[in-house]
Write a protein of this length. Structure first.
Ligand code: F0G
Length: 496
């Protein structure tokens, strides 16, 4: 009692300026230390393409992606050992069924023998996309799939199947002064116009949560509801690209009226109650290094509209990935995923995770480095055009590529250009570069991997390069300018 009285006189724990992490290190990996000279030599030898730079030589933060690079928890490592590698109906499969039903809703995974197959396990997100769009591509011609922002592989998988991919970004996204917390929303007016004109050409509509292509910005529950209502009115099924569903739910709880006291778990269920299916890469909010899935709502509009889809997807899965009870995953992967899905919706984990990303972004913002605000869920997006605004860097000089190369060689931090080079293209007829709508360098933060000090070091390095921006030379493309998906393959050289 005495102790209780005593602590009541102290400032409350929640008022501390710095909070402890809601986890501690369970095992660590010691890094090899390389010098800037060694890194520069290596980067030069791989044509300044950061994808080909050996990760073992990264002394700072590897922020190339948040996908598949999570640090797993001790419970997940323990679960790996319980993995059952049976060729049919392994132990983890049954745990996963229960966990998917618990997380997203019972209607997304029919138990074997009760109802038609409606859940398909794949090895990662893009293979689910291939399965879905291969099926849809066969249902008609001149089809269109609208989204609030397709991810690049999603767009590529749609287009390969001769379907047009349309992005209906929120108008708030481009307004610098906008303080909207939900810049990831779909543009409702544009969606309505498209439905009125061509709803018979739309096999389904997509919402990416959070919106990776639009700066990791979240989508509000209100937008989800409105998009679903409109789509359904025109007999169009709605799907989520659900990679970062838990982070999206956290933003709804934090910023959307009426959700402050609602548990993340309930928000997730409500979000998924509006859709007819979803694809997901579990390499993000599955908290695992590999895994994906395609889930159709039993009795949802998609299954009603395409009654053969269950049979066709099962055949596709068996031919391309494996038996429906393991899909593209090993038994141990499935075990780790079942545990990962339990952890990912924990409020304290999500708060720490998103605050970490936001602190990193705010540190850059405070130093004057132009970043997209508000900061999104899994990554910080540096605005390359504003970064080089008062310099001689031109769009065709690919300042974002130059910045990433310098950051990696000089300070050992790896980021990724997602801008004029990655999303633009070279028009072979006019021999001109066609720039993309957005021009970012993305710093994606892996889950549970880095500490405050690591990210502070990266922020400081970027700040130094910002001060040095007038001296950063342009790059020229020495290989791959006209290739599809060119940023994964191209080579560059500094012009000076
Ligand atoms: N959808 C979204 C929104 C994604 O961000 C990704 C991958 C995918 C689908 C494809 O999933 O990699 O498992 O095949 N995004 C990673 C990134 C690669 O770095 O943003 P996958």
């Amino acid at each position: 009692m005495k102790l209780l009285n005593l602590i009541k006189k102290l400032p409350e724990e929640k008022n501390l300026a710095i909070h402890p992490r809601p986890y501690f290190n369970h095992s660590v990996e010691l890094k090899s230390i390389f010098s800037p000279e060694e890194r520069a030599k290596m980067l030069q030898s791989v044509g300044l393409n950061v994808f080909f730079f050996p990760s073992e030589m990264i002394t700072g933060c590897d922020l190339l992606s948040d996908s598949g690079v999570t640090t797993m928890t001790n419970e997940q490592w323990a679960a790996l050992h319980l993995g059952d590698e049976a060729y049919g109906s392994n132990r983890g499969y049954f745990l996963l069924i229960d966990q998917i039903r618990e997380t997203f809703g019972e209607e997304f995974f029919n138990k074997p023998g009760s109802g038609r197959p409606n859940a398909f396990i794949f090895h990662q997100g893009r293979s689910c996309e291939d399965a879905l769009f291969t099926l849809l591509g066969k249902t008609g011609s001149d089809l269109i799939i609208p989204s609030n922002g397709h991810f690049d592989t999603t767009q590529a998988n749609i287009q390969i199947n001769k379907i047009q991919a349309v992005n209906l970004f929120s108008s708030e996204l481009k307004r610098d002064k906008s303080d909207s917390y939900f810049k990831g929303n779909m543009n409702i007016q544009e969606f309505k116009k498209l439905l009125e004109k061509s709803s018979d050409k739309i096999p389904l509509a997509y919402l990416t949560i959070t919106n990776n292509t639009a700066g990791a910005q979240p989508v509000s529950m209100k937008n989800i509801e409105e998009v679903a209502e409109l789509a359904h009115k025109y007999n169009v099924p709605l799907f989520f690209d659900a990679c970062r569903f838990a982070e999206n739910a956290w933003f709804i709880k934090k910023y959307e009226r009426g959700y402050t006291d609602t548990e993340i778990k309930k928000i997730v269920k409500e979000m998924f109650s509006h859709v007819d299916g979803f694809t997901i890469s579990f390499k993000k909010d599955g908290l695992v290094n590999m895994g994906g899935g395609l889930f159709l709502k039993d009795n949802g509009l998609f299954i009603k509209k395409y009654p053969d889809s269950s049979e066709m997807l099962t055949n596709y899965q068996i031919v391309k990935e494996g038996h429906p009870t393991y899909g593209g995953l090993s038994g141990r992967d499935i075990m780790a995923l079942s545990v990962g899905l339990k952890i990912i919706i924990k409020q304290e984990y999500l708060t720490y995770r998103i605050n970490q990303v936001q602190e990193f972004g705010e540190e850059l913002h405070k130093q004057g480095v132009p970043v997209l605000t508000p900061i999104g869920g899994h990554a910080v997006y540096l605005d390359v055009n504003r970064f080089f605004k008062d310099t001689e860097m031109k769009p065709g000089d690919f300042g974002g590529i130059a910045l990433c190369a310098l950051l990696l060689a000089a300070y050992g931090h790896r980021a990724c250009e997602l801008g004029y080079f990655a999303f633009g293209y070279f028009d072979k007829n006019t021999k001109r570069e066609i720039p993309s709508e957005v021009n970012f360098v993305r710093f994606a933060i892996p889950r549970l991997r880095y500490e405050k000090q690591d990210l502070a070091s990266c922020a400081e390095s970027v700040k130094i390069l910002y001060e040095y921006r007038h001296q950063i030379p342009p790059v020229k493309v020495t290989y791959g300018r006209d290739l599809p998906l060119r940023h994964f393959k191209a080579k560059f050289e500094f012009k000076r």
